[in-house]
Design a protein around this ligand. Sequence first.
Ligand SMILES: [Zn+2]
Length: 296
Amino acid sequence: MITLNQNYTYEKLLELMDELVDTYPEWMQMRELGISHDMRSIRLLIVGKGKPSIICTAGVHGRESINPILLLHMAQYYGECAKERKSINQMNTAQLLEQYRILMIPIANPDGYVIATEGFGQIRNPVYRQNAKIRQINHTYWKANARGVDINRNFPCSFYHRSMSSEYPGSENETQVLMRLFQEYDSEIYLDFHSRGRIIYYYRNAMSEEYNAQAYNFAAYMQQLSKYKLGEPEDELSSVFGGGNTVQYYAESIGKPAITIETLDDFVDFPNDCRYQSDTWQELMEIPLGVIAMLE
Ligand SMILES: [Zn+2]
């Protein structure tokens, strides 16, 4: 049982995922999608029974530790409401999850999560561990994978820039896992949860006006629910939000809306204090189900 306002280790989150599948076997399935560079499992939690899918990822940046917990809490809440035939804000949970499914990757970068929450001592590979320590940044600020590569700059797409000599587009295990997932499952929309500034980025400069109009519709709906700001078209290409990220790759390769949802205020420290979980939960809880209702 996942309760909020509590810290969770990566190992504990895996246990909770197993528990969810045991508790709601009718509504949930789990699959291992691959293994991180430091040999941790990257898992897919499938919530719902339909074929058409939406994809939700969290934890691409290790230090943004709140969203993995909130996505698992969401799976639990949706599973419970579907099982008990309870609606969520007049949305028929069971009916929507009969027709659609949510493909959740709650911890897309497990090594990053472990480093940010537990320290460099948890890195299993001695070479990666040594290289991480040499960088002289505090482990609580770690965004990257165990090799030090930011997954959200590693995707092969228009605005990719090489950030380290040891990486190339799609070089990382964690990147490849998501690339395969996007290709393997037909999906209608992709939501990537991050934690920097209570803002929703939907605009893709590489994409058509028609694409951006469609993405805007979804983003405007999410804005209503969350009360977050909407990002401006020029934000995407400013240096802070450099290219080669998950949503650019999805938009360019799949052609469907790909939206970044940034939870939490800018000033919130890393890993995210667990006291922010319940407020942020209120902002996010209806979003994936509401998006499915929009697709209907
Ligand atoms: Zn992030």
